[in-house]
Design a protein around this ligand. Structure first.
Ligand code: ADP
Length: 160
């Protein structure tokens, strides 16, 4: 069984992520979305909140599993018997960011391959940070994120 792991912060999941995940789910038998626990990044949503949003946004995809992990991705993958890292590429800067990570992961475990899908051009400019920036000022992000995320952002910024 070919299992791919799509790791990231997903703070929060966007339609760009969802596009990569659903396309990945058509290629691999199973896609595990793995939220990194120990990221140095400050996040808007807690890990639990991000997991719940991911669960709801991918409920229609039967071969997608949601999980979180700590430590090295290659160690987590061994535990899950996964050999493919699924990532999305939007731009040259994504490529420059991903290249050393993919090389290091391969060095840590030569059985692991990083698999890149080119972004759907309609989501090329979409990132979690740009979505948060826009939502913070109550502007609409309805075509950039799943409806559950839009609601969660509205609630988050209404109380902060
Ligand atoms: P990280 O914190 O590891 O960068 P993210 O949650 O930002 O994690 O992204 C996870 C993955 O989703 C990365 O491979 C990223 O390139 C990809 N991704 C994010 N937004 C988009 C998008 N709009 N189109 C395609 N891929 C995307």
């Amino acid at each position: 069984m070919a299992i791919a792991v799509c790791s990231g912060s997903f703070d929060p999941i966007t339609n760009g992520h969802l596009d990569i995940i659903s396309r990945g789910a058509r290629i691999f038998d199973k896609v595990i979305i793995a939220v990194l626990h120990n990221s140095k990044k400050t996040t808007l949503f807690t890990v639990e909140e991000r997991l719940e949003l991911l669960r709801q946004a991918t409920a229609h995809l039967p071969n997608v599993e949601i999980d979180s992990f700590d430590g090295l991705l290659v160690d987590y993958m061994k535990k899950k018997q996964a050999r493919v890292i699924l990532r999305g590429l939007r731009s040259v800067s994504d490529y420059e960011y991903e290249m050393p990570i993919a090389t290091m992961n391969r060095k840590l475990n030569e059985d692991v391959e990083t698999f890149f899908l080119m972004t759907n051009s309609q989501y090329a400019f979409v990132s979690s940070s740009i979505v948060k920036e826009v939502a913070r000022y109550q502007a609409s992000v309805s075509d950039l994120v799943p409806p559950v995320v839009e609601k969660a952002l509205r609630e988050k910024f209404a109380t902060s």
